[in-house]
Design a binder for this molecule. Structure first.
Ligand SMILES: [Zn+2]
Length: 146
């Protein structure tokens, strides 16, 4: 079973911020920036182009809600939404996932001044960041803003 299938099955640690019938979102273990989140298909497909259209069509809602939740939680004014297909594109885990990478005009939000990219972070990073993103997403869902 692949690493992401194990995280989805709770056989490996993952810091979840969202879950519905078809997709989950959890923090990237080696984040490029604070709040770097992965939106992951619950069913195993090697990449986004391998997914049947009807499954892929369930992506719209979680893509918007998790992206906006990440931006709000991290006080970002932009976000990169990207997915890699194939090794030459930089795909490392061959299970469909979309990177949600927030961006800032100025600097990282307070509390993340000492962030070092692409490293495993202290446990507090994952716990705090997952909590604040999840709170924003739960608010968006509750208020039916999206
Ligand atoms: Zn998998």
């Amino acid at each position: 079973m692949c690493l992401f299938c194990k995280i989805i099955n709770r056989e490996e640690v993952g810091y979840f911020v969202y879950e519905d019938d078809n997709f989950v979102a959890f923090l990237d273990k080696f984040p490029a920036v604070p709040g770097h989140t992965l939106l992951v298909a619950k069913r195993h497909y090697d990449n986004i182009l391998e997914m049947p259209n009807d499954y892929l069509s369930n992506l719209a809602k979680p893509l918007k809600i998790v992206s906006i939740g990440v931006m709000r939680a991290l006080k970002a004014d932009g976000i990169r939404i990207l997915t890699n297909v194939g090794r030459s594109a930089g795909q490392v885990i061959f299970h469909t996932h979309i990177h949600l990478i927030p961006s800032w005009s100025l600097s990282y939000p307070s509390g993340y001044e000492n962030f070092i990219a692409r490293k495993e972070q202290p446990k507090e990073y994952y716990e705090k960041t997952a909590r604040i993103i999840k709170e924003e997403i739960d608010n968006l869902l509750k208020l039916q803003l999206i």
